[in-house]
Design a protein around this ligand. Structure first.
Ligand SMILES: *Cc1c(COP(=O)(O)O)cnc(C)c1O
Length: 380
């Protein structure tokens, strides 16, 4: 069989071309940081934090070194007793529970929903015990978890809600009372990541904490910088976890392009939905009408047992790269065997690991490339 070839090379992500479109501003940002040489805590860090906070509806933004540190710092700010339980989804990137485990807290896994991939609020509530110290929810692939139910559970049980918003920067959620909030600004603390492939990516590592509580913002800012209130005065045991001035300066430029990039991702997703919704054996990502979706990933479920890997291989041979987020549920990772979970305990997470396939979705994917990709599904 002669395999078809794409109209132009298809990439999962094309950061070089995205950056080329903003090259003069990036060059200028870089040059300014180099000439002023304020590499740590330079003015661009505070400027970027203020601009991102404004974009996110007025939340306080505390930059830090990466999204994993942000989760660690969020938990540190809660002053939980050793061994306290932290509820986390069974289907997520490992950093979500790694932070808890590193702090000597106990990750308690709960299953997710098969339609949205996000944590099942009923499972969260069922997992709450007198030892529960925090609930970490993840807005996976760019769509908000059920913040209505999760916020209510957090309030009802007096347990802090942390939002791991590494994948959904700029997404919004509408509550039944009419209030609309940005992902990451609803719980006690939100965290995000500026890892290069994230929707708002730096040119290296970066992360931030989000909060609406002024006192917590002060504490978090101290925790990112050795727990100091002023130079050489340490109130808390903190981390060295700061966002480089250089990354902040570059992120200021990229933030200006984020709304357009998000709209481009949403347009790509709408075209995939229209072309793939009726393909047998393929389930397109469910939309929660209360949440906007910023499509960090466009993730299908391939329902026929075992056919996902075959499809991925076929697409690859036709020049279409895809990814599996995530191939293993966290309870099957050797590092977390000590938690004592067994296969079969989180059936939805386990099913998804065998069924999900993420298609290329970046702001520069062209309509022609997409037509080619969806056309391949007709040849299955
Ligand atoms: C990327 C990511 C992180 C970690 O962010 P880093 O900046 O790479 O440390 C945490 N949680 C989720 C859900 C992520 O996607």
């Amino acid at each position: 069989m002669i395999l078809p070839a794409p109209p132009s090379p298809i990439q999962l992500l094309d950061l070089a071309t995205e950056h080329a479109a903003m090259q003069p501003a990036l060059d200028e940002a870089l040059r300014e940081v180099m000439t002023t040489a304020a590499f740590i805590q330079g003015p661009a860090v505070g400027q970027f934090a203020a601009e991102l906070g404004e974009y996110l509806g007025g939340a306080s933004v505390i930059p830090c070194a990466n999204g994993t540190d942000a989760l660690t710092l969020a938990l540190m700010s809660l002053h939980l007793p050793a061994g306290a339980e932290v509820i986390v989804p069974a289907f997520t990137y490992v950093a979500t529970l790694e932070a808890a485990a590193l702090l000597g807290l106990r990750p308690v896994l709960v299953d997710v929903r098969p339609d949205t991939f996000n944590v099942d609020p009923a499972a969260v509530e069922a997992a709450i015990t007198p030892r529960t110290g925090a609930i970490i929810v993840v807005h996976l692939f760019g769509q908000c978890a059920d913040l209505e139910a999760l916020r209510a559970i957090s309030v009802r049980h007096g347990v802090a809600l942390i939002e791991d918003n590494a994948q959904a920067i700029g997404a919004t959620f509408q509550f039944a009372n009419g209030e609309t909030a940005f992902a990451g600004t609803v719980g006690e603390v939100g965290t995000t990541s500026f890892f290069p492939s994230k929707n708002l990516g730096a040119m290296g590592d970066g992360g931030a904490l989000l909060t609406r509580d002024a006192a917590r913002a002060v504490l978090l800012r101290q925790l990112t910088n050795h727990g100091q209130s002023q130079k050489y005065h340490h109130q808390h045991i903190g981390l060295n976890s700061r966002l480089d001035t250089l990354q902040a300066a570059l992120l200021r430029v990229k933030l200006r392009h984020l709304p357009a990039a998000t709209a481009a991702r949403q347009a790509v997703a709408a075209r995939y939905d229209a072309a793939l919704a009726a393909v047998p054996g393929v389930v397109v990502p469910a939309r929660d009408p209360r949440s906007s979706h910023v499509f960090h990933q466009y993730t299908l479920q391939i329902t026929e047992a075992g056919s996902r890997d075959e499809l991925q291989h076929f697409l690859k041979r036709c020049g279409v790269p895809t990814m599996i987020y995530y191939p293993l549920p966290v309870h099957a990772q050797p590092a977390y065997a000590y938690l004592g979970y067994r296969a079969g305990q989180f059936p939805v997470a386990e099913w998804l690991c065998g069924a999900v396939l993420s298609l290329p979705i970046h702001p520069l994917l062209t309509a022609e490339q997409q037509e080619y990709i969806v056309g391949l599904f007709g040849q299955l």
